[in-house]
Ligand binder design. Structure first.
Ligand SMILES: [Zn+2]
Length: 408
């Protein structure tokens, strides 16, 4: 949605001097753009927006827009309030999901930094920052789009000559879901471990793709632990699963007909879920599958990163030992990690819980496999491109140590 306001020009009769204030414009006509403009005040260089509702495409929590016509050096006031429209059968999303303590801003659409911390009052946040360019981008968090996937995977493929870029699937909207495979080649003995890492089953959780980016950059780099790891195991990484909703600027979570992360059964709605299931099953049939990590971001009140995992006391002994060992290593490598696994409590039925990705993976692979959801905290100063990538590196170090030991 674009709203254009006419410029306000004041003719000062004394001296016949004309002063034109900037013509502030809000634009969302680009991939991932999302905002409903409530008001624009040129004189104050202030805008008020809400995240756009995308019917059937999940929570209206993601917002991202471009501001044109800013006066450099003056303050910009961006007010954000929650979208009050029901996103699904009479359900309205709480505004806290739309209101990070710090918004993300950029002068080039590539490098993002946080605004100063806002105060949230009466369901609205006002983010204040100085205009550093006539055009600036403002978003809920640092965006990560399919174009970022292309650049990232191209960079990793360039660094790792034996890697292979592949199209996991084409989405319902006929868009490619890009992925990369790299690392050790199986010698057919079943000794080479395989690891599957994916992000963005929930489109608004951009931090998860930045975690994937941090992992890839670390594992493709020259840290001896990274070199050893990629000589030892095969990796499959998908930086964006729900490409359609990422491009559309939708939230994705609790979408109709299905939440993307609760589509993991015998009849998935999303082609990329089916393709991931088939690839994982094939690896498991070759007795090579060891680790599945689904990358997400949690609730606004979760200021620490944590893993959603299974109830350990219900696991077979080997799997139990592997989960305990993974946890001990992860706590030593991932900064501020909640030391215990958490269990999904907001999904009400067992049938729906069974359709969550890591639960499907556990049921459809061998009895030693570790399958987890990593929920990287976003509502904190580390919720930046650099902060998320640091978690990705720490995830890599965790995997290196885990696979470096005796995997049962
Ligand atoms: Zn999620």
């Amino acid at each position: 949605m674009i709203r254009i306001r006419s410029a306000v020009c004041l003719t000062l009769l004394i001296g016949l001097q004309q002063t034109c204030t900037a013509q502030v414009r809000v634009a969302t006509d680009f991939p991932g753009g999302s905002a409903v403009v409530v008001s624009v005040d040129d004189a104050k260089q202030a805008v008020h927006i809400q995240p756009q509702l995308h019917p059937d495409d999940g929570w209206p929590c993601w917002w991202s827009f471009r501001l044109d016509g800013l006066s450099i050096g003056r303050s910009v006031h961006v007010t954000v309030s929650g979208n009050p429209a029901p996103f699904r059968s009479g359900r309205v999303l709480g505004s806290s999901w739309s209101l990070p303590d710090q918004a993300s801003i950029s002068s080039d659409g590539m490098h993002w930094k946080h605004t100063p911390k806002t105060e949230i009052k009466d369901g609205a946040a006002v983010y204040v920052f100085e205009a550093q360019a006539e055009t600036m981008w403002v978003a809920w968090g640092p965006p990560f789009l399919p174009s970022d996937t292309e650049v990232l995977l191209g960079e990793i493929a360039g660094a790792l000559p034996n890697s292979e870029l592949f199209e996991l699937a084409r989405t319902r909207g006929d868009r490619p879901v890009r992925a990369i495979r790299f690392g050790a080649r199986s010698d057919g003995s079943g000794e080479t471990p395989a690891v599957w890492i994916q992000a963005r089953q929930h489109a608004w959780e951009t931090g998860s793709s930045w975690v994937a980016s941090g992992f890839l950059k670390w594992v493709a780099g020259d840290d001896p632990a990274a070199i050893e790891l990629r000589n030892k195991a095969t990796f499959y990484v998908v930086p964006i699963m729900d490409v359609d909703r990422v491009v559309d600027g939708a939230g994705g979570k609790e979408a109709v007909p299905r939440d993307h992360n609760r589509d993991w059964d015998g009849q998935p709605v999303y082609p990329e879920v089916r393709a991931a299931q088939n690839a994982i099953k094939e690896l498991a049939n070759g007795h090579r599958f060891d680790l599945f990590i689904d990358l997400h971001n949690p609730a606004p009140g979760n200021r620490q990163t944590f893993f959603f995992g299974p109830k350990l006391d219900q696991l077979p002994e080997t799997q139990y030992r592997n989960y305990i060992r993974w946890k001990a290593i992860a706590v030593s490598q991932i900064k501020d990690l909640v030391p215990d696994y958490r269990f999904t409590s907001y999904i009400k039925t067992q049938e729906e819980l069974d359709r969550v990705s890591n639960n499907w993976v556990r049921r459809n692979t061998s009895g030693h496999v570790v399958a987890l959801t990593l929920e990287t905290a976003w509502n904190r100063p580390e919720g930046t491109q650099q902060g998320y990538q640091q978690v990705g590196k720490q995830l890599g170090l965790t995997i290196a140590q885990y696979l470096g030991g005796n995997v049962e």
